[in-house]
Design a protein around this ligand. Structure first.
Ligand code: PEP
Ligand code: MG
Length: 538
């Protein structure tokens, strides 16, 4: 038996076999080859096989999602005939006498980087296509299966680290727990992992990952421990703790249907943070008063191209309909920093957390933003909809978005396409926004305080950096003062102020938030009932 102490990011206990995930892009080995014509032939065969695969995928996608979305596979097929791309691969095999997989891999990176550096957003997006096509060819040349994160269920997934995009690709059926060797407590990956509502640990430091495959283990999400090959005594003890944990969860269900009112009569709304329709269901199951934060960018991750207006509209509409009149605040695309996909063509930045992300990206790439806003405006006809702007620093940005929204509504009205009213919310997650909250309150219909980023920017500490976790204190007086200031500004202007960062779920803070007069605490679905319990006993 071996015990690894990590940090918990989601509670509960799982007992099962380990499945090791070894990463998506391990690189390709360079080998010298003797038979150049033979290698060129292998390349040609792989190219034909890739074209067949893509044709099959096109047909499948056409039936499932329609021609427009399926066309990406046709575009990839065209790339397989691109003479510049193929010529470069062939010439590398001939001149450098290297294996075809390596030539494809290197050429793929070169072409993708060239596209990524282009001014035009459409050309930049081709960068992802080249990567995808090259990946397909490499897998065929190396005889490797498509690298989805598959499990032999039920299993505890063990990985070195995961990006938010990889987390979105997880096949969650049969996933018992998530254990990372590295990882960061305040990262988006951690938030995504928590939303799976299974035990999850980071920074376990476990080495010898390959040897763990298939081994019996216990992931103790409450104490942050991974126990490998447990002895019978430990196994029995942990089974008992698991039973107790599940019983406590069941007891919480008695709070369904109750209002969150403190003993002295103060009340607030307990809403849910979600990133998918599946999580909307979890929100409903846990009796959410509304959706305080729909992280729409998660719909954009784990994909090969921008989701269409229709695709987004369907998700937003379904969320609103399922919430049946309760508020749904859809946050506009908050990409950049750790949340990106190759197809987005985001340029490399020196300081991505301080870079062209979230609303800054959207205002720079209005063609992407308008698609999303149009989808939200149309969906708003089906419920009580809010739109929430991330990373705002000045009133001018809010006015700009209002202007775009007006143009979109006018356009929809002209075409006779139905749309509904929208409340325009501002996320307060930069110190600038908190300090400008009086001015922002004149432009916004509601505020939602994102304490994760507010802490990151107020303390000037990267939320992704594990070294800083012990100092990364969302309860720092500076952060609390910014929260208080925002609540006061919002209330003076007569608008509601919620908190949707992870701090909202901290039961030690519930009393303080009630004192401040916070209107809404928006938390993961699994935290709704614990927060309600904290309010009832405050
Ligand atoms: C926040 O910053 O607190 C927030 C809710 O947004 P995210 O965690 O998605 O950045
Ligand atoms: Mg944020």
């Amino acid at each position: 038996m071996e015990i690894y102490q990590g940090k918990s990011i989601s509670g509960g206990i799982a007992i099962g076999r380990i499945c090791v995930y070894r990463g998506r892009d391990p690189g390709v080995e360079r080998c010298e080859i003797k038979d150049v014509p033979g290698e060129l032939l292998r390349l040609e065969r792989a190219r034909e096989a890739a074209a067949d695969q893509l044709e099959g995928l096109y047909a499948k996608a056409c039936a499932k999602t329609g021609k427009a979305r399926a066309s990406i596979f046709r575009a990839h097929k065209v790339m397989l005939e691109d003479e510049a791309y193929l010529g470069s691969i062939r010439s590398m095999i001939q001149k450098e006498r290297v294996n075809a997989a390596y030539a494809v891999f290197v050429t793929g990176i070169l072409f993708a980087d060239t596209f990524a550096a282009m001014e035009d957003a459409g050309m930049r997006a081709r960068s992802a296509d080249v990567r995808d096509v090259s990946g397909r060819l490499v897998r065929l040349l190396e005889g490797v299966e498509e690298n989805r994160i598959r499990l032999e269920p039920p299993a505890i997934l063990l990985a070195e680290d995961l990006s938010p995009s990889e987390t979105m690709r997880l096949e969650t059926e049969g996933l018992l727990a998530l254990v990372l060797k590295k990882g960061a407590v305040n990262s988006h990956t951690a938030i995504l992992a928590r939303s799976l509502d299974i035990p999850a640990l980071v920074q376990t430091g476990i080495s010898l990952m390959a040897e763990c495959d298939g081994m019996l283990a216990i992931a103790d999400g409450s104490e942050g421990k991974l126990i490998l090959d447990p002895d019978p005594g430990t196994l029995e003890k942990m089974r008992e703790r698991k039973r107790r944990y599940e019983k406590e969860q069941e007891t919480l269900r008695s709070l369904v249907g109750q209002n969150a009112v403190s003993k002295d009569g103060r009340s607030l709304g307990v809403y849910a943070n979600v990133g998918s329709l599946k999580e909307v269901e979890q929100a409903i199951y846990n009796d959410a008063g509304g959706i305080g934060l729909f992280r729409s960018e998660f719909l954009f991750l784990g994909k090969n191209g921008w989701p269409s207006e229709e695709e987004q509209f369907t998700v937003y509409r379904d969320a609103l309909q399922r919430m049946g009149g309760r508020t749904v605040a859809i946050r506009t695309l908050d990409i950049g920093a750790d949340k990106s996909e190759p197809y987005m063509g985001l340029p490399e930045e020196e300081n991505p957390a301080l870079g062209c992300r979230a609303v800054r990206f959207c205002l720079k790439h209005e063609e992407v933003f308008r698609v999303q806003l149009r989808a939200i405006c149309r969906a708003a006809a089906y419920g009580n909809c809010g739109v929430l702007l991330p990373m705002i620093v000045s009133p001018e940005e809010v006015r700009q978005v209002r202007g775009i929204l007006k143009e979109i509504r006018d356009g929809l009205a002209k075409k006779g396409i139905p749309f509904g009213p929208l409340a325009l919310g501002v996320m307060i997650e930069t110190p600038a926004a908190a300090l400008m909250s009086r001015e922002l309150a004149k432009e916004a219909d509601f505020f939602s305080i994102g304490t994760n980023d507010l802490t990151q920017y107020a303390l000037a500490m990267d939320r992704q950096n594990p070294e800083l976790e012990r100092y990364f204190d969302a309860k720092h007086p500076a952060v609390l003062r910014l929260i208080e200031m925002t609540v006061d500004s919002g209330h003076q202007a007569g608008i509601q102020v919620g908190i949707c960062g992870e701090l909202a779920a901290d039961p030690e803070m519930t009393g303080r938030f009630l004192e401040m007069g916070v209107d809404i605490l928006s938390v993961l679905p699994s935290k709704i009932l614990p927060v309600r319990k904290a309010v009832l006993s405050a």
